[in-house]
Design a protein around this ligand. Structure first.
Ligand SMILES: *[C@@H]1O[C@H](CO)[C@@H](O)[C@H](O)[C@H]1NC(C)=O
Ligand SMILES: *[C@@H]1O[C@H](CO)[C@@H](O)[C@H](O)[C@H]1NC(C)=O
Ligand SMILES: *[C@@H]1O[C@H](CO)[C@@H](O)[C@H](O)[C@H]1NC(C)=O
Ligand SMILES: *[C@@H]1O[C@H](CO)[C@@H](O)[C@H](O)[C@H]1NC(C)=O
Ligand SMILES: *[C@@H]1O[C@H](CO)[C@@H](O)[C@H](O)[C@H]1NC(C)=O
Ligand SMILES: *[C@@H]1O[C@H](CO)[C@@H](O)[C@H](O)[C@H]1NC(C)=O
Ligand SMILES: *[C@@H]1O[C@H](CO)[C@@H](O)[C@H](O)[C@H]1NC(C)=O
Length: 412
């Protein structure tokens, strides 16, 4: 009760304080400052039942530092009544009655969440994009090509533009902007391309809107499950999971070549994007944990160090496909509220993370980042500083950096 009324107060406050922000373009290569957050699984609650930290969708999307909310997950493609199952942890507790049943209490296990549908539309009015993630770590069922195509039809009927008499639409008439494939088991590899391809053809059915196809691969590259789909179908972005793996973000170091799976490997993904990905302009997101959680989740890196990694990954010449940062998940971000805005400030250039030498003769407020990424052995602590700067000073630092790089090039 308390939670519910707080949430609706937050909706009102959000509606009053937010004007419609300029729409960002998810696929434009110019947008390298995008943030996405997964919402629905309430990851903190899953490990700590005394912490109900998942707020409603509107509260999540109206955060000015968030562009995309990825609703997670459709956990199965075949539930009761032959319809996919959506699991949103504590966010929606009612179910559809079986279509055509004379028994009003003959419930399916298909969530009926018109209030979330309303909030999807409200989020979209703010210029935010709402995606839906399919799969998740627990999804393991294999499918034939025919089943995969049939499921694409069903997902579109449930979450795409409303058409005809389809009886089970969890979000009512709201229309999902994008579909994210988060299949993590090898059994899901075959025919995932058939599913993705079929879903993509649906996008042309409603020309007045843009729809997106994305995936959430693990960081070892190429992804063991999704690569077949990613190399044969056009995906707009990958939210790469730089956690729970040897290549997790904690293993980043300024000096390391990013060409192996055993440490941070955005460079491998960049090469993959330009050589193997079907869409050579696919956006690469650095996917991170928004807070540390108890085992088995590993790979949390504190904000100041993520800022350092993100800053280094924004280099246009090294990572032209870089698109931004994605966060697992919304409840984690609520436990660690400085994380998303702190990263966003780096993405948008409000905050510059620079090498000390680049700012030595520049008069700005500066703060040392004291803990090096990956432990003391990888990077001298004082190497990077965080500077809160005005636009013109940020430009000076950028120019100095450029001169440094040119200088190095001349020397070697
Ligand atoms: C977004 O950017 C893409 C790629 O540059 C472009 O094709 C598309 O027209 C843009 N969309 C809008 C709505 O501006
Ligand atoms: C993100 O980048 C685009 C392209 O450079 C820019 O137009 C937009 O204003 C930026 N967004 C923010 C929030 O700074
Ligand atoms: C669980 O959450 C409660 C309330 O926020 C907190 O006091 C407690 O320390 C948390 N437990 C763990 C294991 O994180
Ligand atoms: C959603 O998934 C969680 C985690 O797998 C599970 O514990 C829970 O029972 C599921 N909820 C519903 C309504 O199916
Ligand atoms: C749902 O029921 C209606 C009428 O009972 C029927 O016309 C419709 O075809 C059914 N839809 C599906 C998908 O079964
Ligand atoms: C009750 O619902 C199930 C699906 O959940 C369906 O198979 C069954 O036919 C329904 N029974 C009646 C009496 O409508
Ligand atoms: C990295 O991991 C992927 C996925 O497991 C594997 O296919 C690939 O061969 C590995 N690459 C290297 C260089 O070890």
């Amino acid at each position: 009760m308390l939670f519910k009324s707080l949430a609706s107060l937050a909706i009102m406050a959000g509606a009053l304080s937010q004007s419609v922000s300029a729409a960002f373009n998810f696929t434009s290569p110019a947008f390298r400052n995008i943030t996405a957050v997964y919402w629905g699984q309430n990851a903190v609650y899953a490990v700590n039942k005394t912490t109900p930290l998942q707020y409603d969708l509107y509260t999540t999307c109206s955060n000015p530092s968030v562009d995309v909310v990825i609703i997670s997950f459709v956990t199965s493609f075949y539930g009761k009544a032959g319809v996919p199952i959506l699991n949103l942890s504590d966010q929606c507790g009612t179910y559809f009655v079986y279509n055509g049943s004379t028994n009003a209490n003959n419930y399916t296990d298909i969530l009926s969440c018109p209030q979330i549908g309303t909030q999807i539309t409200q989020c979209q009015a703010l210029g935010k994009k709402i995606f839906l993630s399919l799969g998740g770590a627990t999804y393991t069922s294999a499918w034939t090509a025919a089943q995969a195509q049939d499921r694409a039809n069903t997902i579109w009927a449930m979450f795409g533009p409303p058409s005809g008499n389809y009886p089970y639409r969890p979000f009512g008439s709201a229309i999902i902007d994008g579909y994210d494939l988060d299949f993590e088991h090898s059994t899901n590899s075959a025919n995932t391309a058939a599913f993705a391809s079929k879903l993509r053809t649906k996008f042309a059915l409603m020309k007045s809107r843009s729809f997106y196809l994305t995936a959430s691969p693990q960081c070892p590259s190429p992804d063991a499950v999704l690569n077949q789909a990613l190399t044969t179908v056009s995906f707009d972005a990958v939210f790469i999971q730089f956690y729970n793996n040897a290549c997790q973000i904690t293993t980043w170091a300024a000096s390391k070549a990013q060409n192996v799976n055993t440490s941070f490997n955005l460079g491998m993904w960049q090469t993959w994007a330009k050589t193997s990905s079907f869409n050579k302009n696919i956006k690469l997101f650095i996917g991170i944990l928004a807070t540390s959680l108890p085992a088995p989740t590993t790979g949390y890196l504190a904000k100041a160090n993520v800022q350092k990694v993100v800053s280094a990954s924004m280099s246009t010449s090294l990572y032209p496909n870089f698109g931004g940062v994605s966060f697992w998940d919304s409840s984690c971000a609520n436990l660690n509220t400085p994380m998303i805005p702190g990263i966003r400030d780096v993405l948008t250039g409000k905050l510059v993370i620079a090498a000390k030498r680049d700012v030595e003769s520049t008069s700005v407020a500066e703060r040392d980042i004291l803990t090096p990424v990956g432990g003391a052995s990888t990077l001298p602590a004082g190497d990077f500083i965080e500077v809160k700067v005005a636009d013109e000073v940020a430009k000076m630092i950028k120019n100095k950096r450029r001169m440094h790089h040119q200088h190095h090039r001349r020397n070697f």
